[in-house]
Design a protein around this ligand. Structure first.
Ligand code: SOE
Length: 385
């Protein structure tokens, strides 16, 4: 009989749903050492929290996260509420001895994340941040190919995360649905929201970033604020791009925007090495394009690998070879890996400390955009496999 792991979720938005689905499905498809129990969901709006609890099977509802953290029958707190709540809830949860999962980015800036890491380290509680794109089977395959040395020396890393949902000047900022546009709540704009994903994957695949030079832009300078009803300055970055150097000597370009008309969530990455190159694209997430210079000259070319076979990462747990999976599965994989690490008393990745490494880079990007200079990343580290 597996031990129960009692979960208390804070927040019931988009991410509350992706995480809840992972809690429900991980044990059905993966051989995990715990039985996740959806004990309670917490949100300020009691009626909506109740409806969410009924839909997903949470046993109870709380309207104050402090009460959730105090509960003796909760083992793990999962934070899926807006960014400005992460630090307070994560620190209190760690101090209460709970295991803690947190939606990305960990804090609104590195200073906030440092405090979270300190609290989790002091309490020695298992922790993880939901940078889910590390769990796309095709991205994991890329990681394996890099670690096997198939690219040789890496020269270039190139990543983009493009969206178009904030182009209208009539879109307000702030409030429940649009807190991502409110700098006080989100911390930053696309740098913390989208570039953070691309940086997390890059640190994992290609190692530490040492210095950056960046530019950001806020295209729409004022928007009505949903909470005050007033027209207020917009303080988030709408678009952000940077050049950087990795510790391994490779050069990179990164770009994120919410103003790329026609692109809804186009995350792409490319790696060029001495021996091979590869491309991955979120809209075709189960494929990698791979070019191996060591192939026989006459037959050399880009291969399109459909990453759905039994010997591909995670795939033997799903359907049959050739049948693909999607976005929600990345969260299921991540939670299954967390439970596995918990059972082995190991550390799940990306840990809070790994996510702090990303925040050091995003802070440096925002700083460089202001100073218009190259900025050293104050502390960076290669994140664990
Ligand atoms: C923003 O639109 C967003 O939902 C991010 O917050 C997520 O992290 C990203 O995966 C998709 O886009």
């Amino acid at each position: 009989m597996k031990e129960n792991l009692n979960i208390g979720l804070v927040g019931y938005g988009f991410m509350g749903r992706t995480h809840s689905n992972a809690f429900c499905q991980a044990g059905r498809f993966f051989d995990v050492p715990y039985r996740p129990v959806l004990k309670a969901v917490c949100a300020r709006n009691a009626d909506r929290a109740k409806a969410f609890a009924e839909n997903w099977g949470y046993e109870s509802v709380e309207t104050d996260w402090r009460r959730l953290v105090e509960r003796q029958d909760i083992d793990l707190i999962d934070i899926a509420s807006p960014n400005d709540t992460h630090a307070e809830i994560a620190i209190a949860s760690a101090r209460a001895g709970k295991k803690v999962l947190c939606e990305k980015p960990l804090g609104r800036n590195a200073a906030e994340s440092e405090k979270i890491v300190e609290a989790a380290d002091a309490a020695r509680v298992p922790n993880m941040v939901w940078y889910n794109y590390r769990r796309v089977p095709a991205v994991v395959l890329l990681k394996h190919l890099i670690d096997e040395g198939r690219f040789g020396r890496i020269f270039h890393y190139r990543a983009k995360f493009l969206q178009d949902w904030t182009i209208s000047k009539d879109l307000p900022q702030g409030g429940e649905a649009l807190w991502r546009l409110d700098a006080a709540v989100a911390g930053s704009g696309v740098t913390g929201d989208l570039l953070a994903h691309t940086i997390d994957t890059a640190l994992w695949l290609n190692g530490a970033i040492t210095e950056v030079t960046a530019m950001t832009e806020t295209f729409i300078k004022e928007r009505k604020h949903n909470l005050t009803g007033r027209i207020e300055p917009v303080r988030i970055d709408d678009a952000s791009a940077f050049l950087c150097r990795f510790q391994n000597g490779s050069l990179a370009t990164f770009e994120a925007t919410r103003y790329a008309r026609g692109h809804k969530a186009l995350y792409t990455l490319e790696i060029n090495g001495e021996l091979a190159s590869a491309l991955w694209d979120l809209h075709d997430l189960h494929r990698i394009q791979f070019f191996d210079h060591r192939d026989e000259g006459r037959l050399r070319g880009w291969r399109s690998i459909h990453v759905t076979d039994g010997d591909h990462p995670y795939m033997k747990r799903w359907w049959v070879p050739g049948l693909q999976i999607g976005y929600e599965h990345t969260f299921i994989h991540q939670f299954a890996d967390f439970l596995q690490a918990l059972g082995e008393q190991g550390e799940a990745s990306p840990s809070f400390r790994d996510a702090l490494a990303t925040d050091y880079v995003t802070d440096s990007v925002l700083k460089s955009a202001k100073t218009a200079k190259w900025e050293k990343v104050p502390f960076s580290q290669v994140t664990r496999a």
